[in-house]
Design a protein around this ligand. Structure first.
Ligand code: GLP
Length: 241
C-alpha cells in the first residue's frame, strides 16, 4: 500500500486529479472506475479545469461508476446519475455512450447487476479505480458484514450510512435503503486503485484500512491485498495512522 499524505483537502484533490490525467495521457482509451460522495468533488473540479486548459482529453475514456441508489430515477437530484452529470460529465468531453452507471430504477435489479458486471468484464477491466471511504470503512456500498458480495449486487445500507448520507437529502426518511454496488472482487480486479479520504471523521477508518487485520467488518481493509493501491489522504484523515 502506498500512502501519500497531503496537507489538506485541496492538495489531496489536486494530487488525485493529476494521477487520473496521467493515466489518460498514458492510455487515451483508459477505463476509469469513478466514485461519488463529497470527497471526490474537488478532484472532479480540478479535472474540469485541466480539460478546459487542454491538459486532458476524455474523448476516448470509458467510465464505470461504483454504485447507485435503488429506486431513484436518473433525473432525481439525489441519484448518482445526476451527481456525475452535474458535477463532472456535463463539463468534459466524455461520450455519453462511454458512461456506465448502474440503473437503480431498473424493473429487474438482479439482471441489471449481472449486466453491469458483464459489461465491466467485456470492456477489458478497469484501469484505474477511484474510491472514497465511509466512516465505517465501506467502499462503494459494500457495508461491514460477516460476508461481502463478490460481484455487483444489491446491498442493504446500514443505519450509519443512511444517517451519514442523509445530509444530501431533505430528510433521513428519503434516503433509499438499498443500492446497487460493485462487489469486492469487482473493485479488487481494477489494475490500479486510488482511495481518497479527507477529514478527522475518516481517520479511524483509514487507520483500520492501513494497519488493521483484513476483515469483512472493515471492507476497505481488503484493499491491503491489492498490488497497486495508493491512498491519498489529508493530514486529518492520516492522523491515526
Ligand atoms: C457513499 C458512497 C461511497 C463514498 C462514501 C463516502 O456511501 N457510496 O462511494 O465513498 O459515501 O462519502 P463522502 O465522500 O461524502 O464522505
Amino acid at each position: 500500500m502506498r500512502i501519500i499524505v497531503e496537507k489538506d483537502y485541496h492538495s489531496m484533490s489536486k494530487k488525485a486529479a493529476l494521477m487520473l490525467s496521467s493515466q489518460i495521457t498514458l492510455k487515451a482509451n483508459s477505463i476509469l472506475g469513478l466514485a461519488t460522495g463529497g470527497t471526490p468533488l474537488a478532484m472532479y473540479d480540478k479535472l474540469i479545469e485541466m480539460y478546459r486548459e487542454g491538459e486532458v482529453d476524455f474523448k476516448r475514456v470509458q467510465s464505470f461508476n461504483l454504485d447507485e441508489y435503488c429506486g431513484l430515477a436518473a433525473e432525481n437530484e439525489n441519484s448518482y446519475h445526476y451527481y456525475m452529470q452535474h458535477n463532472f460529465f456535463k463539463d468534459i468531453n466524455i461520450k455519453a455512450e462511454n458512461i456506465n452507471i448502474p440503473d437503480g430504477s431498473s424493473s429487474d435489479l438482479i439482471q441489471e447487476c449481472q449486466n453491469y458486471e458483464n459489461k465491466i468484464k467485456q470492456s477489458g477491466g478497469i484501469d484505474l479505480q477511484v474510491l472514497g471511504i465511509g466512516e465505517n470503512g465501506h467502499i462503494g456500498f459494500n457495508e461491514p458484514a460477516e460476508k461481502l458480495n463478490v460481484a455487483t449486487n444489491i446491498v442493504e445500507l446500514t443505519e450509519e450510512t443512511i444517517k451519514a448520507n442523509s445530509r444530501y437529502f431533505a430528510s433521513k426518511d428519503e434516503v433509499p435503503q438499498k443500492a446497487i454496488s460493485m462487489g469486492m472482487a469487482t473493485i479488487l480486479k481494477a489494475k490500479r486503485i486510488i482511495l481518497l479520504a479527507s477529514g478527522k471523521n475518516k481517520a479511524e477508518a483509514i487507520a483500520k484500512t492501513v494497519n488493521g487485520k483484513i476483515s469483512t467488518q472493515v471492507p476497505a481493509s481488503l484493499l491491503q491485498s491489492h498490488p497497486r493501491i495508493t491512498l491519498i489522504v489529508d493530514q486529518q484523515a492520516a492522523s491515526l495512522i
